[in-house]
Design a protein around this ligand. Structure first.
Ligand SMILES: *Cc1c(COP(=O)(O)O)cnc(C)c1O
Length: 357
């Protein structure tokens, strides 16, 4: 096993997870009935900690799902009566569009360049017949992000449509302004530093109202059923109690999101500066405005990339591969909270030693 892993998902877990797992076993969480007081109070406490540690407004609703992918489908079936509009520049955003079109064929999308900040005023959707406008805050596949100012402008242009944000690889890493969108979601195997198998779906009061109007009753994970069960801190299926327990432990140990955000921003800046100057690689994204804070994308020719990944592994550093069409010509480095500063120091030392410029 490499000493440090920079894979952007599933990503490095906190070393403390080992102890949490033992505690989960010893404290009887693994066979606790999910409608018992023991589990419902855990869920209640976890949701409360989630909101306070991540600055989620009190009147927003937090639901548990199994993955971010499940959230894509829930949003199409339970919040989209007619169509959704998707703005994307990479594979995750495109996949979301395809899942939406499979259920709501009138849904449309627009792709934009990785170095581009899209112009909100000219986006081709009409607030009259679009239920949901969908963006990926941090596109893990291209290592780009849409910043706060853009999301705010888009939110102000919505009219009656709702804004849904895939924040899978930034949720719990960045101090997101939840008030400026209606739906946010992600999963635990990225910035929470936990194993996969639990997704989180965050809804504004406007989104909850919309779920009532659409009134989907055709799916086991339809929003009205999930919302009704959550009033009692339950789910209509047996939930991932272990995942929720691990989440509760991580949240209790976490610093406030503002502190985490600042730490990751500073670390990202240092990394971009380092790779711009001192290595055979270049940042994949040229425009500093569109570069991701939590996933650092680097590019090079396929031979160099292959050599770097191989030598890094010999030095016990697992670098993330590129994604989809960028697989062979890029490297992705997770700048997630659970990756310690020591890992980045080792990474810099590795490049200084093996690839002196
Ligand atoms: C990882 C990821 C997903 C998929 O998450 P799952 O929990 O595997 O469904 C979706 N969107 C983005 C942006 C991601 O990074």
């Amino acid at each position: 096993m490499p000493t440090f892993t920079f894979n952007p998902g599933p990503s490095a877990v906190y070393p403390a997870v080992r102890q949490y797992l033992t505690d989960a076993f010893d404290e009887g969480w693994l066979s606790a009935p999910h409608r018992s007081e023991k589990v419902t109070s855990l869920v209640r406490q976890t949701v409360a900690d989630f909101k306070s540690k991540l600055n989620v407004p009190q009147d927003f609703t937090v639901l548990f799902t199994s993955s971010a992918t499940e959230c894509w489908e829930i949003l199409a079936q339970s919040l989209t009566a007619r169509r959704s509009f998707h703005l994307y520049n990479g594979d995750f955003g495109l996949k979301w569009l395809k899942y939406a079109q499979a259920l709501r064929p009138a849904s449309t999308g627009l792709s934009f360049g990785v170095d581009e900040v899209p112009d909100v005023a000219t986006l081709p959707f009409s607030a009259d017949d679009t239920d949901l406008v969908c963006i990926t805050q941090n596109e893990t596949s291209t290592a780009t992000q849409l910043r706060e100012g853009f999301i705010l402008n888009l939110y102000n242009r919505l009219g009656r449509a709702l804004l849904a944000v895939d924040a899978t690889s930034s949720l719990a890493g960045l101090n997101l302004k939840y008030i400026k969108a209606d739906v946010w979601f992600g999963s635990l195997q990225k910035c929470f530093g936990l194993p996969a198998g639990l997704g989180v779906l965050i809804l504004s009061p406007r989104a909850v109202a919309q779920a009532r109007v659409v009134n989907d009753r055709a799916h086991y994970n339809a929003l009205p059923a999930l919302l009704a069960q959550m009033l009692n801190f339950q789910t209509n299926f047996t939930p991932n109690v272990l995942g929720i327990y691990l989440l509760s432990r991580v949240l209790a140990d976490r610093e406030p999101i503002k502190t985490v955000h600042q730490h990751l921003s500073d670390r990202a800046q240092k990394l971009y500066d380092f790779f711009e100057q001192a290595t055979p690689l270049q940042p994949l994204i040229t425009n500093p405005e569109t570069r991701s804070t939590t996933v650092i994308g680097l590019k090079g020719d396929a031979g160099t990339i292959e050599e770097i990944k191989r030598k890094a592994l010999e030095a016990s550093l697992l670098l993330g591969s590129g994604y989809g069409p960028l697989k062979n010509t890029t490297i992705r480095i997770a700048n997630f909270p659970a990756v310690p500063d020591a890992a980045f120091e080792a990474l810099v030392q590795f490049f200084v030693k093996e690839f002196p410029q």
